[in-house]
Design a protein around this ligand. Sequence first.
Ligand code: PEP
Ligand code: MG
Length: 579
Amino acid sequence: MTITLRGLPAAPGIGLGMIFVYQATELDMEGLPPPSGRHASDPNQEWSRFLEAQAAVDAELMQLSESLDSVAEDIFSIHRLILQDKTLTENVRQAIHNDRADAVIATKQVIRDMAKVFRALDDDYFASRAADILDIGRRLLTQLGAVPPQTQLAQLPPHAILISEDLTPSDVTQLPPKIAGIGLAFSAPTAHSSILARSLGLPLVCGIGMELMAIDAGRPAIIDGHQGRLLIDPTEEDIRVYGDARRQRLQRQAFAAAHAHEAAITRDGIHIPVYANANTEEDVYARREQGADGIGLLRTEYLFQERNAPPIVESETALYRRLAADMDDQPLTIRALDVGGDKFMAYASPQVEANPFLGQRGSRFLLARPELLRDQFRAILRAAQDLSANAVIRFMLPMISTVRELEEVRRLLTEVQVEENGGDAGGGGGATIEIGVLVEVPAAALLAERLARWVDFFSVGTNDLAQYTLASDRTNSAVAALADPLHPAVLQLIARTAYAAKVFDIPISLCGEIAGDVSAVPLLLGLGITELSAPLPTVPRIKQTIRECDMIQCRQLAESALRCNDADDVRALLAIGVA
Ligand code: PEP
Ligand code: MG
């Protein structure tokens, strides 16, 4: 009989496949037996076991570094060096021969002690090496039969439905793009791991609860990212119904894709540019295929996330130059590094905080580490120099909550402009540079008129605006449903920001995930949004939806929505059957 598990729909799509279980195991390195515990009966035999495990792990790492891309090659080559490290090998040998530990205990002891030393060094670079050491320890212990093998995310087959308690954003970036879908026990639709899944077009259901983890690997399943369901052991009837739904959806998508390169103009003639949200360099290039009119949000924190030190200006400049050269005068919106919250980089992260989403995040972090902001803007200015005056690069500031912060950031940016352009803050030639605010804190929306005079554009970040307005952590499945961007309180803030943009005659985009929800589009236009920036795979359907809109009706819809009491009432107002 089919078992249906319910959760929150976090990335649309339907996937049919087979369950793969991912246990992101914290290794129990502390669980050592007492000294009289597992003593090696034959040290020579234990030593050989260890050497065999070491050789097997080395072969595993070599194969991984050859089969993946250059970033993986670097990482796994470093892992091989650590594995062969003389101190590691010698310490294991001594533990086996002198302390008469068996191969498992000796490996645990040595790996644990090495990781501790690195962690204690109070340096981001070395702290992240501790994770590498533990990873190698896990592989050795798997070879020694002491822990079960871990699913390798990068090597999942196309039909896999991955289930896990949670996934980090970097876990998601490792996934092959063609797996059937993901089910998570925890997490929420606006967690960054969900956002990445959406941009990869992977169906995702989150917040299912811990009963998910009792499902055995290998069972057939259907994941329904629209309704937030995971069906285990589906019947033939389930497979037929979901197969039909999937085909219909593909047909609608095919129609929208055939028109993706046409402008999105409402029935009464208003042109709404539709941009794509990008998390990687490849996403920026892929916007062409999806018919996007530009990039409305480039999350730069993912571009250099594998690094342990900040990118040097030259390599950042080279990257932006490549991207800008591809834009054909379409706007490229580069968001300033947005770390903190649920995004932590080895090279740039705030100290551990009790409430990271309310802590030193986005522009607050950059004001505390101005060299990061300065270098990023310097790279943008240099990349812009080669472009024609028709090209537009937008630089967008996340997590601005006071006018003073904006003034302070702008002062820093002007300084860099003067340094780069030899005393001329405005000129220097090349592309037009616009500075804007990502309106994602209620204070910014409430003071939008004061901020508007300092910027060239606004973009509304509803993912955060909803979590801060409704005081519900966007990564917490227990309250995620509350952080609904369609809640009338959030809509009031969007309308207020749009009004300020209108008064100051600047464009206002919306780049939260709701921009990719076709049922929300008429409402967003009615609230006064003039541009949308949506997850990449949704762009053609968003454009098609705009073509079916009439602005007078959109405004009437917005007026009704603003009068609603809660998000459910708003959702009831929106068109049904457009998923
Ligand atoms: C937002 O908050 O809506 C946004 C676009 O930024 P992010 O999801 O990256 O925090
Ligand atoms: Mg945000």
